[in-house]
Write a protein that binds this ligand. Structure first.
Ligand SMILES: Cc1cc2nc3c(=O)[nH]c(=O)nc-3n(C[C@H](O)[C@H](O)[C@H](O)COP(=O)(O)OP(=O)(O)OC[C@H]3O[C@@H](n4cnc5c(N)ncnc54)[C@H](O)[C@@H]3O)c2cc1C
Length: 506
């Protein structure tokens, strides 16, 4: 049974969704969904937390103001990094604050090293700008995927080859590489430094700094205690809407127990493997592979198959996926971490014993960041919505273009309004908590789309700070022009009908 929110329930003629985890949840060419059997269906663990009948009254305190800045970015994931670099490139004074010790968010710390599709069905890279910059800066041996000339190829042999290597979907070769997360951390950090943005690690935003109805900064907790940073615009790039939620903006936080988009897991990497041998087994012996998977499920229960990485000797495991849990509940988050690590050990033993190419496998690393697909989604001025999937027409406030879920749809116009809260001022919300419906979330939360919306938020925040206006008052034409100057691909009302940069499948 599929959930009503399952994006594979697309309008007539559409085929299945495109995200990595969606592909991972399919069994065979017909795309049979396995949500019910593969995810943890034990449902919510019993909470050991006491019901909050008792409260501690904390004394009022004076919090030191550490900095004044034009643009404060909270969170250094794909969205936050793109926002900070793009705002600073326009000359704004920018401060990025991240709670962990690195940039990249889930793309590095979550080991989500499979960057989903940036090309359309004709093979044109439709997500450009920061996203293209960051990938193009990675050394050739730290990123793997088809060469540009193959993007969009429908040659069955090439598609079959890349299908096993993260880079073909619906029979089309795609630009969706895998990469070394350590290099992505380094390149993101280098780009931030070059932009002139100020970086603060090891500090967690705990509250917005409100001035009337507007957010004008944030309060942080850190090893040195509590401090505040004042800003004209705050970019909430926490992924979980930590700041907009606490500032009172409205949001959606649905959890569908049998929908992949709400599953959590801790990912891991095995080294010492031979993925070529594994692929040969998987492709060359379908019955043997099916028997292997059945045996794995029988032995372990929640059983996950590996994906290729940027190296033949490293395998990526992005699961097992655990559903019906909230990443805003620390008991649930703890349960997922503990269960994932137990499963990791069980997988290592099973794969060593039974999987071709895994005889010498060893555990390299488990993700320091919990794999969270969804917590909150902003209720924004103009959400990305599945009603617009068929049109292909650029929205008037287009900030970029997303590849669509299947060849049945043209590329999707991403509006500025999906970053802007309906009422709250002083804040923009790019990344996986942006405003969209659950179906559109399946692609709008992907890493390239987070780079795209992060870049747009950063540019808009810099323009708002420069003119001392609210983000919602930013002139859309100026925003679009500034984004184009930074290499973003988008369509403007003033473009001639046959603009050379109009996406090929429009
Ligand atoms: C299991 C799984 C599989 C996925 N598969 C793919 C895939 O194949 N391809 C793909 O492209 N995408 C995939 N995704 C989606 C993608 O990884 C994320 O949606 C994307 O990384 C979100 O980027 P973001 O910047 O919005 O948020 P995040 O990557 O979550 O970054 C948010 C950052 O903010 C920091 N932060 C959070 N709260 C605070 C705070 N209060 N104070 C300070 N810092 C804070 C965090 O530490 C983090 O660094 C997958 C996700 C998961 C979980």
């Amino acid at each position: 049974m599929q959930d009503a929110n399952d994006p594979s329930r697309t309008p007539a003629g559409a085929s299945s969704p495109a995200s990595f985890d969606d592909r991972a949840s399919r069994d065979g060419p017909n795309g049979r969904l396995l949500f019910q059997t593969e995810v943890f269906s034990g449902r919510k663990p019993v909470s050991i937390r006491q019901a909050a009948h008792e409260f501690l009254e904390e004394p009022a305190r004076s919090t030191p103001v550490m900095r004044h800045t034009d643009v404060l970015v909270v969170g250094g994931g794909p969205a936050g990094t793109a926002a900070a670099v793009s705002a600073a490139r326009l000359g704004a004074d920018v401060t990025l604050v991240e709670r962990y010790n690195h940039l990249g968010g889930l793309a590095t710390g979550g080991l989500v090293i499979w960057i989903d599709r940036m090309s359309d069905w004709q093979g044109r890279r439709v997500i450009e700008g920061f996203a293209a910059d960051v990938l193009d800066r990675l050394p050739g041996d730290e990123i793997a995927g088809p060469p540009r000339g193959e993007w969009g190829s429908r040659d069955p042999a090439r598609a079959a080859y890349w299908q096993q290597r993260t880079a073909a979907f619906h029979g089309v070769v795609t630009h969706s590489p895998t990469l070394n997360p350590e290099w992505l951390k380094g390149v993101s950090q280098q780009m931030l430094r070059e932009s002139g943005a100020h970086l603060l690690l090891h500090a967690t935003a705990v509250a917005p700094w409100m001035q009337g109805p507007a957010v004008r900064g944030a309060v942080f907790e850190s090893k040195e205690g509590r401090f505040a940073i004042r800003a004209h615009v705050v970019v909430d790039a926490s992924g979980d809407g930590d700041l907009f939620a606490r500032a009172g903006a409205r949001f959606e936080d649905d959890i569908a127990e049998d929908d992949i988009h709400h599953c959590m897991n801790t990912a891991w990497l095995f080294g010492g493997v031979d993925m070529l041998r594994w692929i040969a087994f998987r492709q060359g012996d379908p019955d043997g592979f099916a028997a292997f998977m059945a045996k794995g499920r029988e032995a372990i229960g929640l059983f996950e198959r590996p994906f290729v990485s940027w190296r033949n000797d490293v395998a990526l495991f992005m699961g097992p996926r655990q559903s019906g849990l909230s990443a805003l509940d620390v008991e649930h988050m703890t349960a997922v971490e503990v269960r994932s690590r137990d499963l990791m050990g069980a997988h290592l033993a099973f794969f060593r014993a039974h999987a071709p190419g895994f005889g010498n496998a060893y555990l390299i690393h488990s993700a320091p960041q919990l794999g969270v697909r969804h917590t909150r989604r902003l209720l924004g001025v103009s959400p990305v919505h599945r009603d617009q999937w068929r049109s292909g027409e650029p929205l008037p406030d287009e900030i970029g273009i997303s590849p669509s879920l299947s060849p049945a749809f043209p590329s999707i116009s991403v509006p500025y309004g999906c970053l802007v809260p309906r009422a709250l001022d002083g804040l923009l919300a790019p990344g996986r908590h942006l405003a969209c419906d659950p179906n559109s979330h399946s692609f709008m939360r992907e890493i390239p789309q987070c780079w795209l919306t992060g870049q747009a938020a950063g540019v808009a925040a810099a323009l708002a700070a420069c003119r001392q206006i609210e983000p919602r008052a930013v002139d859309v034409t100026q925003l679009q022009q500034a984004l184009r100057k930074q290499g973003a691909l988008l369509r403007m009302a003033s473009d001639p009908p046959e603009a050379p940069d109009a996406p090929a499948n429009r």
